[in-house]
Design a protein around this ligand. Structure first.
Ligand code: JHZ
Length: 392
């Protein structure tokens, strides 16, 4: 593993602080990112145990965004039409944004965070509050195998992918399909979106790396959708190698070619990215300094896990950004880890509240700009660091 990026000492991204915890020293870990020259996998070098990150207080809910809800609805219709699955399983079902689009008799959720698993259990969906592993796969599929396994923004969070794919091989029917959706490494590099790296994102996958890994498990990618979600993601359609029901679509070679052309299989590409990240930090700090010197009021929008990386790497603290707005009830009243900036309950933006708004949830820019039309009309401005630091 060759290191290419150092994002400094970082707290756990989703460990929002209450006022009691504010007084205590936070635990931090060194966030460094490396490239495996053998399988081309990009991953953070020091990882935190899963139990520390995914527990009963997990704050992120996929249903908080209209964009995500709409996307899951559309996808569920597509999957039903294309694959006609009788039995589905979702790994990392979160608060059920995807699950809810299916009949309760047809889908099973697996979600290690108890607070989230309870939400879907309570509305009648069979949900196992557990990590996905071989033992659970055997237990669930004793009588009937799964036709379609779906998992969004989960694989990148799991260090031991061997367990995941072994469990998939146990539970998926021979004609079944595995659909994985995760941030695209190519988009991350192109957009200099270094905030895709934080404790939970152990891997950011390229098609090149994922294909190499799947190969070992006799699984193969037969189609890919390039998505706009989460700043650019890929949806991989995967089958068992023996399954000849689906032809390998041109999208697979197109993605592989695109990634090779950009140099995702070469270490030098990552060294260049690292330089771009350092420049991005300098430029973002320059923007904030100039605004503060001009007595401009700045707040943040979307207290994301990604924001944690940006704020701590760029050493942006309270005083520069007065507070963050967020819609997630669990986050409201708490403070962002590291920077200790307060999170307030979202209110529609107006010029009295802020002159400039830092887009923590830059991946939902379109949804946010649509919501805040009035603020923009009155001359309200946004600050973003993606794809380069600027005022919009
Ligand atoms: P969002 C989390 O990352 C963590 P984050 C996790 N590791 C992951 O992989 C991705 O999700 C999928 C708020 N918001 O989706 C809601 C508003 O307040 O970018 C959320 O707190 N108003 C599992 O945290 C945050 O922003 C709005 O209008 O980086 C969005 O978080 C909208 C649209 C969002 O993921």
């Amino acid at each position: 593993m060759k290191k290419f990026l150092d994002l400094g000492y970082q707290p756990l991204a989703n460990s929002y602080l209450n006022s009691k915890k504010l007084k205590h020293k936070e635990k931090k870990f060194k966030l460094e990112v490396g490239f495996n020259t053998k399988n081309y996998l990009v991953s953070i070098l020091k990882t935190v145990t899963k139990e520390k990150m995914f527990n009963k207080d997990y704050p992120y809910k996929s249903s908080e965004s209209l964009t995500m809800r709409a996307q899951f609805k559309k996808l569920s219709q597509k999957l039903k039409k294309k694959f006609k699955p009788n039995l589905l399983l979702e790994i990392g079902s979160n608060d059920g944004a995807f699950l809810r689009n299916f009949d309760k008799r047809n889908i099973i959720g697996v979600e290690p965070c108890k607070n989230l698993a309870t939400i879907t259990s309570k509305i009648g969906y069979k949900t196992f509050s557990s990590y996905w592993n071989k033992k659970l796969a055997k237990k669930i599929t004793q009588k009937k195998k799964i036709d379609l396994i779906y998992s969004a923004n989960t694989l990148s969070h799991i260090k031991n992918y061997t367990e995941i794919f072994n469990a998939v091989n146990i539970s998926l029917s021979d004609k079944g399909v595995l659909v994985l959706e995760d941030p695209s490494l190519l988009e991350c590099l192109k957009k200099v979106a270094y905030d895709q790296f934080y404790c939970e994102h152990i891997y950011v996958f390229s098609t090149i790396a994922l294909q190499k890994i799947l190969n070992k498990f006799n699984l193969e990618i037969f189609d890919i959708d390039n998505l706009k979600t989460h700043g650019g993601s890929n949806r991989y359609y995967i089958k068992k190698r023996l399954n000849k029901l689906y032809k390998i679509s041109k999208s697979v070679s197109k993605n592989l070619d695109k990634e090779k052309k950009y140099g995702l299989n070469k270490f030098i590409t990552y060294k260049i990215f690292s330089k771009k990240v350092q420049n991005s930090k300098k430029k973002l700090n320059k923007i904030f300094d100039a605004l503060i010197n001009n007595n401009q009021k700045i707040i943040g929008y979307g207290a994301t896990a990604k924001s944690c990386t940006v704020l701590n790497y760029c050493k942006i603290k309270k005083g520069t950004i007065n507070f963050f707005y967020d819609t997630t009830s669990y986050k409201i009243g708490k403070f962002l880890p590291g920077s200790k900036i307060k999170i307030k309950k979202y209110k529609k933006l107006n010029k009295g509240i802020a002159d400039y708004v830092f887009l923590g949830a830059w991946n939902f820019k379109d949804e946010i700009f649509e919501k805040e039309k009035a603020f923009i009309k009155k001359g309200g401005k946004f600050i973003t660091h993606v794809p380069y630091p600027r005022i919009i």
